[in-house]
Design a protein around this ligand. Structure first.
Ligand code: HEC
Ligand code: HEC
Length: 332
């Protein structure tokens, strides 16, 4: 008898505890969790490198030039501008929450943030330096060597350590506490009626088939143009470049929709200037639906609730170059 009552009360406690979580558990989107960096000195070093234009040949372009952390981790232009005003081939995705992506780049050609970070430094159309030169520049500066010592326990500078540190910094660039997350966590007043209607339509309309999980995307490769082809003059073919398979033509990594209010223009070609336009196109070509003006407005209202708390920190003050530091070549 005793035992029975005990089991019964344990059971009811169990039910009480689960009911608190049920609210969010049934949703296709989960809240973003804040991160606690394991190695603060590594993150600090990565932050310095992220902001340091001396990783580029010109001495002018940093990661932050195209992934501006004051503007949602993007450059807000159609396609990026690289070395000597080189016109980039593709739109810069945000670095915010990029740690949650299944792979990096629109076509997923880099497996993680560390592998990705080596790309732009040596890309002639982006930072146009070389890994050797980047190492020479950074290792010539004693204050940097001291920061490497704090992060890695040794002053040695190499490209592997540079990209490891940048990736560690990028892992801190998550944006928790959006209004939508507050709603997921049980604050029913966090969303207006229009926003909630937009979210319901986002689910019933089939958007969550591809845009789901904590990042509302980033976890699969999908065809751009499921029901109708996407019209663009951009030459990118997506995943096919990586796999060589014809069936992967025009398959791209599903972008995160976190902070999408800040990351205009949209799509790999930057072809949609506004969120309204992007939602209209997604409706027509991905889920075969013509949304009304009001439906689009509601979905856009919902998407704007995905703007989270932006990374906030002191701008790193970079140590100056010295007589031994190789000089930048802005016009060559
Ligand atoms: C000249 C502009 C430019 C610079 C400088 C630049 N990037 Fe990028 N970045 C881009 C573009 C454009 C893409 C997309 C390229 C593609 O998918 O083919 C991209 C992609 C990325 C991605 C992948 C995000 C995703 O969702 O797939 C990450 C992460 C990233 N860059 C980090 C960095 C870091 C770190 C640096 C500095 C070492 C850097 N970028 C420098 C323009 C730039
Ligand atoms: C079949 C998978 C799929 C479905 C369903 C889908 N999307 Fe997408 N979505 C994508 C892919 C892939 C991209 C990137 C395509 C590109 O740029 O070439 C994208 C891009 C977007 C973008 C632009 C994001 C950016 O940063 O460029 C928005 C906004 C968007 N989708 C909203 C929606 C909405 C709203 C719906 C429902 C009406 C929807 N999507 C349905 C796969 C999908």
């Amino acid at each position: 008898m005793m035992m029975r009552t005990l089991t019964a009360s344990l059971l009811s406690i169990g039910i009480m505890i689960t009911s608190v979580h049920v609210f969010a558990a049934n949703e296709p989107i989960q809240p973003i969790k804040p991160v606690k960096p394991e190695n603060a000195e590594m993150v600090e070093l990565g932050k310095m490198l992220f902001f340091d234009p001396r990783l580029s040949k010109s001495g002018f372009i940093s990661c932050n030039s195209c992934h501006n952390l004051s503007m949602g981790g993007t450059d807000n232009i159609k396609t990026s501008i690289g070395h000597k005003w080189h016109q980039g081939p593709i739109n810069a995705p945000t670095v915010l929450n990029a740690s949650m992506n299944l792979a990096q780049f629109w076509d997923g050609r880099a497996k993680d943030l560390k592998e990705q970070a080596g790309g732009p430094i040596a890309n002639p159309g982006e930072m146009a330096s070389t890994h050797d030169m980047a190492v020479k520049v950074i290792s010539s500066i004693s204050q940097y060597r001291e920061q490497f010592k704090k992060a890695f326990d040794s002053t040695a500078v190499d490209i592997d350590r540079i990209t490891t540190a940048i990736a560690a910094f990028e892992e801190t660039l998550v944006t928790p506490d959006s209004r939508f997350d507050k709603w997921l966590e049980g604050d029913k007043d966090a969303l207006t009626k229009a926003e909630l209607d937009g979210y319901r339509l986002f689910k019933s309309g089939g958007c969550t088939k591809c845009h789901n999980g904590p990042a509302v995307g980033g976890n699969s490769f999908e065809k751009m143009g499921v029901y109708k082809p996407y019209e663009t003059s951009n030459a990118a073919v997506g995943r096919m470049d990586v796999t060589g398979k014809e069936e992967d033509r025009f398959v791209f990594k599903v972008p995160t929709l976190r902070n999408v209010e800040l990351t205009y223009p949209y799509f790999h070609d930057g072809g949609a200037a506004t969120l309204e336009e992007a939602v209209d196109i997604m409706g027509k070509i991905q889920v075969n639906r013509e949304f009304s003006k009001e439906e689009i407005a509601n979905i856009v209202a919902f998407l704007k609730t995905l703007t989270g708390k932006q990374p906030y920190f002191k701008l790193p003050i970079l140590p100056p170059s010295n007589n031994a530091t190789p000089r930048s070549q802005p016009f060559e």
